[in-house]
Design a protein around this ligand. Structure first.
Ligand SMILES: NC(=O)c1ccc[n+]([C@@H]2O[C@H](COP(=O)([O-])OP(=O)(O)OC[C@H]3O[C@@H](n4cnc5c(N)ncnc54)[C@H](O)[C@@H]3O)[C@@H](O)[C@H]2O)c1
Length: 273
């Protein structure tokens, strides 16, 4: 599906690790809609080399950057503007990682060094990305900056662990910086709160399969896929959403507003089909 909704727009896409990554689908869709962009990921994630395939398919250059390193980010924004030939119109932050989740540390027994690392990668990096763009005045007016989040920021999902707190922080940055960047440059900043999706980051969460089928049964429209999330990102990068800023936007088939569904109730009423 392509409509040239992003014709002439330039951007940076963080976080495409493999074909399952939400950022991968966003890159393919942004390309199909006429955008040009650079791709970036942590140097360590480049080892797999899959991102080069995406770069070739979308005519993009890859610039490695650890999103927690201001030096890497400064280089990324400078080079991206050189390569793309001007200021940027969109940035996607699609980054998440908790060392405590990875190592199976329970929320009631957190390792605080790991907590700090995960917080820096998953939440503070969003501030660092935006602040780098802000200081370099790297965004065009009405530019759009997006990060991906999950509803555990509002409601408790026990095994989401310290990522829940990281997401709450991430969403707050969208509001706080959204104010300042809006006033200064009319740049909008939002988060999209996506359904559970089978990706490398997602499947790291304990009991993720159960998570996905529960959400599927709770959501009147079913879970939103990675491709559907990409479609939403394209709309948020387009000029059709110029006055949307400082929002956390649920993209979850209705899950966040459902108390219980008949499908889930059936499990408790012995009506399993
Ligand atoms: N999969 C889900 O169920 C789900 C649901 C809601 C929100 N999200 C969010 O979507 C975003 C993308 O995740 P995904 O599901 O596509 O998984 P993914 O594993 O494909 O993407 C996560 C990315 O973060 C990158 N990353 C990790 N540390 C980094 C660093 N220091 N610097 C730069 N990049 C780094 C990884 O290399 C990877 O590309 C994350 O913010 C995630 O929390 C995912």
């Amino acid at each position: 599906m392509s409509s040239n909704l992003l014709a002439g727009k330039k951007g940076i896409i963080f976080g495409a690790l493999n074909k399952e990554s939400i950022a991968w689908k966003v890159a393919e869709s942004a390309h199909a809609h006429g955008a040009t962009f650079t791709l970036t990921n942590a140097p360590i994630a480049m080892r797999m080399g899959e991102i080069n395939e995406l770069a070739a398919a979308t005519g993009s250059e890859v610039i490695p950057a650890d999103a927690t390193s201001l030096e890497d980010l400064e280089n990324l924004f400078t080079k991206s503007q050189e390569i793309l030939g001007g200021k940027l119109d969109f940035v996607l932050h699609s980054i998440g990682m908790s060392v405590n989740v990875r190592k199976g540390k329970h929320y009631t027994d957190l390792n605080y060094d790991w907590l700090e690392k995960g917080w820096d990668v998953s939440a503070v990096s969003f501030h660092k990305v935006i602040q780098t763009a802000y200081k370099q005045d790297a965004m065009n007016e009405w530019g759009s900056i997006l990060a991906l989040t999950y509803m555990a920021a509002q409601r408790t999902f026990p095994d989401y662990n310290d990522m829940a707190d990281n997401k709450a922080y991430l969403e707050s940055i969208a509001r706080s910086f959204g104010y300042h960047y809006g006033v200064k440059r009319k740049v909008r900043i939002n988060t999209i709160s996506q359904s559970p999706t089978m990706t490398t980051a997602g499947s790291g969460v304990k009991g993720f399969d159960g998570f996905i089928s529960y959400a599927e049964k709770m959501s009147p429209l079913g879970n939103a896929t990675a491709q559907e999330c990409a479609d939403y990102c394209i709309m948020m990068f387009s000029d059709l959403t110029k006055k949307v800023t400082m929002q956390n936007l649920f993209h979850d088939g209705g899950f966040s507003n459902v108390g219980v569904s008949n499908l889930v109730m059936d499990q408790f009423m012995g009506n399993k089909e």
